[in-house]
Write a protein of this length. Structure first.
Length: 372
């Protein structure tokens, strides 16, 4: 039986839009997990709800929060975790799109924003691709050489913002078409979880970069604290997955399990881990809103906190629910498989170490509650 999205008012808040489409995303996610392809129906569902435009530049129809950065970031925090609860693969794709919208907001010219507005009119989604196999993507003259790896949505997204290395100077952001199936190589994307993201190789060799495809200037992408602090967004999606796992575990507990103090203790541990992750990610979002100089340290530490919470809740869910948690077709199994892969973001030990160095130097939590 198909689950239809609830009607959405034109002036509905983004969180209400996300909540309205979440049941449909959940249903479609099971289908795309069983037969992995780019989740076009799920993305169209987000576009129909206007969620592809909510966090775009205001000049492109994005919502105007009146300069209240805290409100903007907390709204995005909620939307990301709601979508992550429904389907982590779609959450990953959506987070990449929002990342691209933020880069347009910071670095695009008026003309580029006008073009973006027109593309959003037809429901276009963007990605952000930085990872690459050696020797990386180079721009020789106006032509690109090389490929991006782990390119989420390769061949399915309309466009992607990529990093390239010019012949001289720091790396540069460039907007490219991302929907050329002949350039997308997904044969190696044979994974247990996050199957619908299609995070394969995308060959950029021979693409010609027009002047209007250059976004910002050399080195803009690597600006701090914007670059590192932005990691809070993918932890928000991961948090949504942890929350979904907790919800499913509670629903799966029998009356006998609920009456067992040992099982209740495990459930309590899962609640504590989930809410701990929530508090850290929410704080990281607020640090990003305030352009906090300690935002990078906070985002790095949050990555580790969320990873630990996810691993703990996955183990606790398996112990509470038992064999059913590993059965094909069970939502607990899908969420656990998706999370186990999504947590494998690059350099977790380095991120934790850099966060520890910051806290050794000073208490990065904030002046209102210093420990040292």
């Amino acid at each position: 039986m198909s689950v239809a999205p609830s009607p959405i008012a034109d002036d509905a808040h983004p969180t209400a839009r996300a909540e309205a489409v979440a049941p449909r995303l959940m249903e479609l996610g099971a289908r795309y997990d069983a037969a992995p392809v780019f989740p076009i129906d799920s993305m169209q569902c987000l576009a129909a709800a206007g969620l592809h435009r909510c966090f775009a530049p205001v000049a492109c129809g994005g919502l105007d929060f009146g300069g209240d950065e805290d409100a903007w970031h907390l709204c995005l925090f909620d939307v990301l975790r709601i979508i992550g609860r429904a389907d982590l693969s779609v959450g990953r794709l959506y987070e990449g799109h929002v990342n691209a919208m933020i880069l347009f907001d910071h670095f695009a010219t008026a003309s580029q924003k006008h073009s973006l507005d027109q593309r959003l009119d037809v429901g276009a989604f963007y990605g952000m691709w930085a990872t690459e196999p050696p020797p990386g993507v180079k721009m020789v003259g106006r032509k690109l050489q090389g490929a991006k790896s782990f390119a989420t949505g390769a061949g399915g997204l309309a466009h992607a913002i990529i990093t390239v290395q010019p012949e001289d100077g720091a790396r540069q952001l460039v907007v490219v078409a991302a929907d050329d199936a002949a350039r997308a190589h997904l044969s190696q994307w044979r994974v247990r979880g996050m199957r619908a993201t299609g995070s394969g190789l995308y060959d950029l060799t021979g693409m010609v970069v027009a002047p209007e495809d250059m976004l910002g200037g050399p080195g803009d992408y690597d600006r701090e604290p914007l670059f590192t602090t932005g990691a809070w967004r993918f932890t928000a999606v991961q948090l949504g997955g942890i929350e979904a796992l907790l919800i499913e575990t509670r629903a799966a507990m029998s009356d006998m399990a609920r009456g067992d103090p040992v099982q209740r203790a495990k459930f309590a541990d899962a609640v504590a881990a989930t809410r701990t992750a929530y508090l850290w990610v929410r704080e990281a979002a607020l640090r990003a809103a305030r352009n906090d100089s300690d935002g990078p340290a906070f985002a790095r530490m949050t990555r580790g906190v969320v990873e630990r919470a996810a691993l703990d809740v996955m183990e606790l869910a398996a112990r509470i629910v038992g064999t059913r948690s590993a059965m094909d077709g069970q939502r607990i199994d899908k969420i656990s498989r998706d999370l186990s892969l999504y947590l494998r973001q690059g350099g977790p030990d380095y991120a934790r170490d850099q966060a520890a160095l910051a806290w050794l130097d000073h208490d990065a939590w904030g002046a209102e509650d210093l420990l040292w």
